[in-house]
Design a protein around this ligand. Structure first.
Ligand code: C5P
Length: 232
């Protein structure tokens, strides 16, 4: 099984000098935490990381010289970075039906337990695949983009989930799905949405709050809290 980490973003919303995946919390960069978390499951034998073409920080990674970790150049969007890795894997003759475990570099708090559960779900229904997600707790309002300060309606939250990563799918079907979605101008902000565009209904596996995506500067303190708590 192969871990896939798109880490080629520039982390614009973080307002930091260095891309957010290289910010340090609880003693390690976000990216190193994410790689470490994937290797906590013995089924993951190798991890592929997509890096920005002008990345200067990877050589300092704890995993830069690890034989199990490979890098490739990412693309202009998260989906393109994932596609770059999937193509590299096919070139390396990875099995077309191998499960790939796609995980954001910016989610350092992935727990071993949640990872095992999402992989179990994907292994039991590989054509369907699986993703971690959380049920929505807040009341959700819909607003038209042009008038975002006024509520158009309230959305029934009972049916809503917040998608997290890892998202686990078979290599070639995932590559086909992302390519299809891109060709049809369907927004692909995660792997599941690409699979959905092919009529697939991936399994939802309940994640946990520690698996949130570090996005804004104040998220760093929260990530630190979850990582310190997990290490105790
Ligand atoms: O920007 P966002 O937080 O949505 O990025 C999610 C993940 O996708 C991050 O790990 C980021 O580094 C990665 N990414 C990428 N290539 C891009 C943009 C984002 O690998 N062009």
């Amino acid at each position: 099984m192969i871990g896939v980490i798109p880490a080629a973003g520039i982390g614009q919303r973080m307002e930091a000098e260095i891309p957010k995946q290289y910010l340090v919390v609880a003693g390690k960069t976000l990216l190193d935490h994410s790689i470490c978390a994937l290797f906590n499951d013995p089924r993951i034998e190798q991890v592929w990381v997509a890096l920005h073409e002008h990345d200067r920080w990877w050589p300092q990674s704890l995993y830069a010289k690890d034989q199990r970790v490979h890098t490739t150049q990412g693309g202009g969007t998260r989906a393109e970075s994932v596609v770059a890795i999937l193509n590299a894997l096919l070139q390396q003759h990875a099995k077309k039906d191998a499960l790939v475990v796609v995980h954001d570099a910016a989610r350092p708090g992935l727990s071993t337990n949640a990872l095992a559960r999402v992989i179990d779900a994907a292994e039991s229904e590989p054509e369907r695949g699986a993703l971690l997600a959380l049920p929505v707790r807040d009341t959700v309002k819909f607003a038209h983009v042009q008038a975002s300060s006024h509520v158009a309606r309230t959305v029934d939250r009972e049916q809503l989930w917040l998608a997290q990563t890892p998202q686990v799918f078979q290599l070639e079907p995932l590559l086909t799905a992302i390519t299809h979605a891109q060709a049809n101008k369907i927004a692909v902000t995660d792997e599941s949405s690409a699979m959905e565009s092919m009529g697939i209904s991936p399994a939802l596996v309940i994640g946990n709050r520690a698996g949130f995506k570090v996005t804004d500067p104040e998220d760093l303190a929260l990530a630190e809290y979850y990582l310190q708590r997990a290490s105790q």
